[in-house]
Design a protein around this ligand. Structure first.
Ligand code: ZN
Length: 319
C-alpha cells in the first residue's frame, strides 16, 4: 500500500515584535482563536502564541514568536513570503470594510488563476498575508463573536514560497513530500498534497528579487502535516535517503516534529496531527492560561515574571 506520508499543511510559524499587537491582529482583527499560550521551548523567555480554528486543526494554525523590539526582516527569495487565509467568495465587501475600519492598508482586489480573488495586506510587523475569496473551501467557518460566521476565516488557503529557482523545491514536493502540481501560470507553480484549499503551496519563481532576511515580520518555518508518529518516521527515512539533513524527532508537546531545509533555503517541518491542543487544557478553555511543558514547570514563577502580560480583546474588534 502506498500511504501518503505528507497530507497537507500543518502550521506556519512567524516572527513578530510586540506580543499584544500580535494578539490584537490575529485574535482581534482576523478573528482567529488563540488556541495556546506557551513559550518558545528553545528560548523560554519568549512567548509562543498559537492561533487557529476552535480546536487548532492542522491547516488552520498560525504561530508566532514575539521578540519585543525585534528588528524587521526583509522579504525576498529563499523565504516563505505570503500566508493566505481562506474566506468565502461572498465576503469580499465585508472584509474590505473591516480592513478599512481597522486601518489595515491593503491592495485592491486582484485576480489569479481565472477565478481566485485576493487582497494582500501585512500585519503590524510587516508579515505578508492574503485573504483569498473562494467557493472551493468546504470547511466550516468559526467565529468568536466579532465576525459573523458566514464571513469568518476558515483556515489557511495556501502559502507562497519565493525561490531563486523552482525546480529543486518542486522536485522535493513532488518526489519527497507527496505533492502534485495543480496549476501553473507565469512564474507561479501551485502544488498540493490534498488538492484542496488549505493545502496549496505556490512556488513563486523570482530569480531577480533580493534575498530575504530573517527578522520581525518574516516567516520562521513552514510545517506540513503527517498522520502519526509512524508516517513521520517513514517520511524522515525517505528524506534522509534523498540527502536531506533531517533532525531527529522533537517533542513539541502538541505535536512531534522533524525539521530540514528545502533546497531554496526555507526551513520546513513535518509535524504529526496528534496529540493536538487539548492535551493540557480543556477544549473550551484553550489559550486562556500560560501552558508550559512539564520540564519547565519548576521555573514557572520566573518564566511568568519575564513575560509581558497579554489579553485577547475581541470586544475591541467588533464590526
Ligand atoms: Zn513549527
Amino acid at each position: 500500500m502506498n500511504t501518503q506520508l505528507v497530507t497537507g499543511l500543518h502550521h506556519v510559524t512567524a516572527l513578530a515584535d510586540d506580543a499584544q499587537k500580535n494578539v490584537d491582529f490575529y485574535a482581534g482583527m482576523l478573528g482567529l482563536r488563540m488556541v495556546k499560550k506557551t513559550i518558545n521551548f528553545d528560548a523560554p523567555d519568549v512567548y509562543h502564541l498559537y492561533y487557529g480554528n476552535e480546536t487548532g486543526s492542522p491547516g488552520t494554525i498560525m504561530t508566532f514568536f514575539p521578540f519585543p523590539g525585534m528588528v524587521k526582516g526583509r522579504h525576498g527569495k529563499g523565504q516563505m513570503t505570503v500566508t493566505s487565509f481562506s474566506v468565502p467568495d461572498t465576503s469580499l465587501d465585508y472584509w474590505l470594510k473591516r480592513l478599512k475600519k481597522f486601518n489595515i492598508k491593503h491592495t485592491e482586489p486582484q485576480k489569479r488563476f481565472e477565478d481566485e480573488v485576493f487582497v494582500y495586506f501585512e500585519d503590524a510587523h510587516g508579515l505578508g498575508l492574503e485573504l483569498v475569496f473562494n467557493k472551493g473551501d468546504k470547511r466550516p467557518g468559526f467565529s468568536y463573536g466579532q465576525i459573523p460566521i458566514e464571513h469568518a476565516v476558515k483556515g489557511f488557503y495556501g502559502v507562497v514560497l519565493s525561490e531563486e529557482g523552482y525546480e529543486r523545491t518542486a522536485g522535493l514536493l513532488l518526489e519527497g513530500m507527496d505533492h502534485k502540481l495543480l496549476i501553473e501560470k507565469g512564474n507561479r507553480f501551485r502544488y498540493s498534497a490534498s488538492g484542496e484549499p488549505g493545502d496549496f503551496v505556490d512556488i513563486l519563481w523570482t530569480p531577480e528579487s533580493t534575498r530575504g532576511l530573517g527578522g520581525g515580520g518574516t516567516i520562521h518555518h513552514l510545517a506540513f502535516a503527517t498522520p502519526d508518529d509512524n508516517t513521520q518516521l517513514e517520511a524522515r527515512e525517505k528524506l534522509l535517503s534523498k540527502g536531506y539533513h533531517v533532525t531527529p524527532v522533537m517533542d513539541r508537546q502538541y505535536f512531534h516534529s522533524i525539521y530540514f531545509r528545502e533546497p531554496g533555503g526555507i526551513l520546513f517541518e513535518i509535524a504529526t496531527n496528534p496529540p493536538g491542543f487539548a492535551i493540557d487544557e480543556a477544549p473550551a478553555a484553550l489559550g486562556e492560561s500560560l501552558k508550559l511543558p512539564p520540564w519547565y514547570e519548576k521555573s514557572r514563577d520566573k518564566i511568568e515574571k519575564g513575560l509581558q502580560p497579554i489579553k485577547v480583546q475581541t470586544d475591541k474588534f467588533m464590526d
